[in-house]
Design a protein around this ligand. Structure first.
Ligand code: SF4
Length: 120
């Protein structure tokens, strides 16, 4: 079984949709409970260098499940497809959750719920 990774994607940190949360505290809450093997914030995964980040991260196959909290999951799935393909990562192992317009607590709960679905 591969590692579980969490990426927080935040529209460069300038979008009003993310202004009501402390994104670092969101990541810390998940880390503290050891719900994933690694967690990181990326400013813009749907940009070209975001593709590069994703394909580099996933290359080698050590990540079994990738959770991304950001915009709408269907949008993320489409935007990350090329990077997943480039890394040989099966898109079925991607889990997305939208956290836009949430506060810190709401975002933490949404991510925990997403991860819990896999552990049910
Ligand atoms: S993938 Fe979604 S959350 Fe991330 S920068 Fe692009 S639009 Fe924003």
């Amino acid at each position: 079984m591969g590692k579980k990774g969490l990426l927080l994607c935040v529209c460069q940190g300038t979008c009003p949709s993310f202004q009501n949360m402390n994104i670092f505290e969101v990541g810390n809450a998940i880390r503290r409970e050891k719900l994933v093997d690694y967690a990181a914030v990326h400013p813009q995964l749907c940009a070209e260098d975001g593709d590069e980040f994703l394909s580099s991260l996933l290359d080698g196959g050590s990540t079994g499940t990738l959770y991304v909290a950001g915009c709408a999951p269907n949008m993320m799935r489409k935007m990350y497809r090329d990077a997943f393909d480039a890394a040989g990562f099966d898109a079925a192992n991607f889990r997305g959750v939208e956290i836009r317009d949430m506060n810190t607590e709401q975002a933490i709960t949404a991510i925990k719920d997403l991860i819990a679905q896999d552990n049910a």
